[in-house]
Design a protein around this ligand. Structure first.
Ligand SMILES: Nc1nc2c(ncn2[C@@H]2O[C@H](COP(=O)(O)OP(=O)(O)OP(=O)(O)O)[C@@H](O)[C@H]2O)c(=O)[nH]1
Ligand SMILES: [Mg+2]
Length: 240
């Protein structure tokens, strides 16, 4: 059989135009993929979880108003979440996509659909509502046990610090006493989704953690290989 699609009459082997075009396309997509991999700002997916009324959506809107200068709904326009709210912000080093999900009991089964693609979790707790702590703790333990979130950095926001009689982030850490936390980077942070205190330091921490986490590397490699698979027919190795 003649190689490279040549006619068979000529003495030297000639690659066909079709074969050359295919190779050029493969080379281009490989180079483009590598360029994107190295130079693009990484896009991180951050899940905002917590039981209902913890203040997740109010927090998301406050994050938007801090980072997007003025955008973001005021608390009086926020209703309980049934589906998903998405917020995008960008800082000097990263693009962040937040996924805020509803925390009512019947809606918590949806959370796990987002675990595989999440780089980190922000877990919001209403620090003024002692009656919800047990529910918040057991919901968080379930999140942390899930295999699909292995190694994801965890930021726990003790929210509503603008109210009197709230517990601090340290008291909350003692109360929750989570065994599962040993395996992952985590931080407790006192915040208020009303006045914004503590939010920026929390976001800075989570961005730094995602930037150096092994989970981020694995998600990045998976996205890169999946992109190449579409163009070149290369099968990616399973993500670790
Ligand atoms: N004082 C105070 N109230 C807050 C704060 N954050 C949220 N709230 C209030 O808490 C209530 C619940 O807020 P949401 O943001 O809707 O809570 P959520 O966690 O998104 O609730 P679901 O969507 O049902 O899961 C609302 O009345 C908010 O105005 C805060 O930092 N301080
Ligand atoms: Mg909500």
């Amino acid at each position: 059989m003649p190689e490279f699609g040549c006619t068979g009459r000529r003495s030297s082997v000639q690659p066909s135009v079709y074969w050359l075009a295919k190779q050029a396309r493969a080379m281009f997509s490989l180079a483009y993929g590598l360029w994107k991999y190295i130079f693009n700002k990484t896009e991180f997916h951050v899940l905002i979880l917590g039981v209902d009324k913890a203040g997740k959506t109010t927090l998301l809107e406050k994050i938007k108003s801090i980072y997007l200068k003025g955008e973001g709904l005021t608390p009086d326009r926020i209703v309980p979440t049934v589906g998903l709210n998405i917020g995008r912000i960008e800082d000097a080093n990263a693009k962040l996509v937040f996924w805020d999900l509803g925390g009512q009991v019947g809606l918590r089964t949806i959370w796990e659909k987002y675990y595989q693609e999440a780089h980190a979790v922000i877990y919001v707790i209403d620090a003024a509502a002692a009656s919800s702590f047990e529910d918040a703790k057991s919901a968080l333990e379930k999140v942390l046990r899930h295999e699909d979130l292995k190694g994801a950095p965890l930021l726990i926001f003790a929210n509503k610090q603008d109210l009197s009689g709230v517990i601090t982030d340290e008291e909350l850490a003692r109360y929750l006493h989570l065994k599962e936390l040993d395996e992952r980077p985590y931080m407790f942070q006192a915040v208020s989704a009303y006045d914004g205190r503590g939010i920026k330091s929390g976001i800075d921490w989570v961005v730094e953690q995602m930037g150096r986490s092994k989970r981020t590397e694995a998600l990045k490699a998976r996205a890169y290989f999946n992109g190449r698979k579409g163009l070149n027919g290369i099968t990616p190795p399973p993500a670790k």
